[in-house]
Design a protein. Structure first.
Length: 368
């Protein structure tokens, strides 16, 4: 018995030392993997070089901390989607069936427009486009694992940041070819062509300025139609032209040359986009204001009935930003009464609740 006691003590010390060593190795490996994930950056969307402006990467700074351990994916409804949770149960990403729009949790940031509103949107939601529409089980695919790792914690501009590249005071940026692709935009101005049509007793065209008018360059669409800009519409976009500029030209979502054109691109007018088949109808289109809007997420397209178009047609489109600091749902859009893209309250409150003009006119929402 006197010999067994010291042997037992030696075995106990050896086992504890081994456990301590294994724990230290695991912690070191975990820390190394965390650093690798935090220093990955967003890759530009695959698109023809002529369609993607040259943009320098934003500095990463302090990104979100990617916690160690495997992600947990679960299914929820209304609409059908997959959410990714970290080991602590925090939702870090949301993917909706049939939509390319994904919302990732990232560093907190603030969107504001002091000249037109006191409201601010403080959010950790980063809206990015998947390479293809989401389908149940896609989290098992290699393409998705690589995509997610490259974007978690990235500070590269997303849909929301890109939308604010066109409000008043936004800095001008230029491509290598000399095309100014960002900077303050105005709404479609009255043009010489409009004045000529009025003198002839003809109605004004229903469509305003598209993204190629803002850019001031011709644009060849996949259906072999080429659109040419009007010089007096330079640096201007209407509401759907603004969405096409942000989602299409800047972010790589396919674009159609017009409503009803063949292909799977974003159509030209708010009414056609609202009634089209792209994405997921988060709020189905009806002739009434929806009773519930809690299912919206940042990046969703919101549609409004306006006085300008009779017969229940949709005349305006915007991008949902999320709740502002007063817990009010706020959107951004390009509109005439504000002179261009705005999240502010000039000429109409940019909220989806309350009794304002746009809140009363809300009719639908889609997730691209």
């Amino acid at each position: 018995m006197k010999r067994l006691l010291p042997r037992t003590r030696r075995f106990s010390l050896t086992r504890n030392a081994a456990l301590s060593l294994v724990t230290a190795v695991l912690l070191a490996t975990s820390y190394a993997l965390t650093l690798q994930l935090r220093h990955r950056t967003d890759s530009p969307a695959a698109a023809p070089a002529s369609q993607v402006p040259h943009v320098s990467r934003a500095s990463l700074g302090d990104g979100i901390r990617v916690r160690t351990g495997p992600l947990h994916f679960e299914r929820i409804g209304n609409p059908a989607r997959t959410v990714a949770r970290d080991p602590r149960g925090t939702v870090i990403a949301t993917f909706t069936d049939g939509a390319r729009t994904a919302v990732l949790t990232g560093p907190s940031r603030t969107f504001a427009e002091p000249r037109t509103t006191d409201a601010k949107v403080v959010t950790k939601s980063w809206v990015r486009l998947l390479p293809k529409p989401w389908a149940r089980g896609a989290e098992q695919s290699a393409w998705f694992k690589n995509w997610l790792k490259s974007r978690l914690g990235s500070r590269d501009p997303d849909i929301l940041a890109t939308a604010f590249d066109y409000i008043a005071g936004a800095p001008v940026r230029t491509t290598a070819a000399g095309v100014e692709y960002s900077g303050a935009a105005r709404y479609t101005p009255d043009t010489a062509g409009d004045a000529k049509r009025a003198a002839q007793g003809k109605p004004k065209p229903r469509t305003g300025s598209d993204f190629y008018d803002y850019l001031g360059i011709p644009w060849a669409f996949p259906d072999a139609v080429t659109r040419r800009p009007e010089k007096d519409r330079a640096r201007s976009v209407d509401s759907s032209g603004y969405v096409r500029l942000v989602y299409g030209y800047r972010s790589g979502f396919p674009l159609n040359s017009r409503d009803g054109a063949a292909g799977n691109g974003l159509q030209r007018t708010p009414d056609a986009i609202a009634r089209g088949r792209l994405g997921v109808p988060v709020i189905p289109l009806t002739d009434r204001r929806p009773a519930v809007i809690q299912q919206l997420q940042p990046g969703d397209l919101v549609f409004f009935k306006t006085r300008e178009l009779p017969g229940g047609r949709i005349g305006h489109i915007g991008i949902y930003l999320g709740l502002d600091t007063a817990d009010q749902p706020r959107f951004i859009s390009s509109r005439k009464n504000a002179g261009g893209p705005t999240m502010g309250d000039k000429g109409g409150t940019s909220r989806l609740d309350g009794d304002g003009y746009y809140a009363q006119g809300l009719r639908a929402a889609r997730r691209l």
